[in-house]
Design a protein around this ligand. Structure first.
Ligand code: ZN
Length: 113
């Protein structure tokens, strides 16, 4: 039995990644689609990952967690909201008019289909 695959967020892209290797990700942004994204979006995406690593590192230390439940829940809420905005932006970017052309558009432009 093959493991489930994680799809690229671009609906026109058919690339997938192994869920065994990446864990419980909702989507991937493959290299081809990554290069299409604006530089500001790529910087924001990397920044969110950096914040994630920092928060994980701090959360592993008991002195940062004791008596700070409300603070951590606020951080968690803000962090999840930031990722939700990024997810919405990426989904809109790849499904909207400003996104990259799919295979059908490429074929129509070149007179193949
Ligand atoms: Zn892709």
């Amino acid at each position: 039995m093959t493991a489930a695959r994680i799809p690229c967020i671009n609906p026109a892209c058919r690339r997938t990644a192994s869920s065994e290797r990446l864990g419980d990700c909702r989507y991937i942004v493959c290299q081809k689609c990554w290069k299409v994204l604006p530089v500001a979006t790529r910087k924001r995406f990397r920044k969110l990952h950096a914040v994630s690593r920092r928060l994980d590192r701090l959360h592993a230390k008991p002195k940062f967690c004791e008596g700070r439940g409300a603070q951590w829940s606020r951080i968690d809420r803000l962090y999840n909201a930031a990722w939700a905005r990024m997810d919405d932006y990426l989904a809109g970017f790849f499904s909207g008019e400003s996104g990259p052309d799919g295979l059908e558009d490429f074929m129509k432009e070149n007179g193949i289909a």
